[in-house]
Write a protein that binds this ligand. Structure first.
Ligand code: URA
Length: 213
């Protein structure tokens, strides 16, 4: 598991602004900070791709460079993932994209996940990056991944989140019977009784886009 905030960096500034009750009210800044975290995590994930030596001709000379060859598929869990996903798209220019609409459903006190919408390209032999900014219980991530795997078998699976709770990380480890890598902006303390990450930041979707009905 990779955690960006384990090493002090400018990422901590972005994470702090996302959490801060005053700064997070600026929707444009909130979305921008998620996007910037997405770019930083995309850079980290990019180190795990396959590379091939290719010749590049500059105006002055040709040069051999190691360039990525994997076909990357980015899948965003709607709606909160959109700004975070944009950060990945800024780095993986030619990636294919998929979208999954997961919403929390309270059923007799139990919080379940309903996948309202999903669209994905074929995944066989591609590098799948599942993008959900808030890894809380882990249920939406597992449900999303199980649905996605009906579209083929990726060569690698990366799950990325800006904020995570230990309960979510643990849930993935018990419910995903496959090999995956987990990339986090930061790992928080716990979940509260309403399955919000603590200290977390509140509701990422509402902060990015406004409250929904
Ligand atoms: N989704 C959010 O937006 N926030 C949380 O704390 C957990 C899930």
């Amino acid at each position: 598991m990779f955690i960006l905030s384990d090493q002090p960096s400018i990422a901590n500034q972005f994470l702090a602004e996302l959490r801060d009750m005053l700064t997070q009210q600026d929707r444009m800044r909130f979305r921008k900070n998620l996007e910037r975290l997405g770019e930083l995590l995309a850079y980290e994930v990019s180190k795990t791709l396959s590379y091939q030596t290719k010749e590049v001709q500059s105006p002055l000379q040709s040069v051999q460079m190691e360039l990525p060859v994997d076909q990357v598929v980015l899948v965003a869990v709607l709606r909160a993932a959109l700004p975070f996903y944009q950060g990945f798209l800024n780095s993986f220019d030619q990636a294919e994209s998929g979208f999954i609409g997961a919403f929390r459903q309270e059923d007799g006190g139990e919080i379940g996940v309903n996948l309202g919408y999903h669209a994905s390209p074929r995944l066989d032999n591609k590098v799948l990056i599942l993008i959900d900014p808030m890894l809380a219980t882990g249920t939406s991530c597992v449900t999303a991944l199980n649905t996605l795997l009906e579209h083929g078998t990726p060569k690698a699976i990366h799950i990325v989140a800006a904020f995570a709770a230990p309960e979510g990380v643990e849930y993935l480890s018990h419910h995903l019977n496959l090999s995956y890598s987990l990339w986090l902006g930061t790992l928080d303390e716990k979940l509260n009784s309403k399955s919000y990450i603590v200290p977390g930041l509140g509701d990422a979707g509402d902060l990015a886009f406004g409250e929904k009905l």
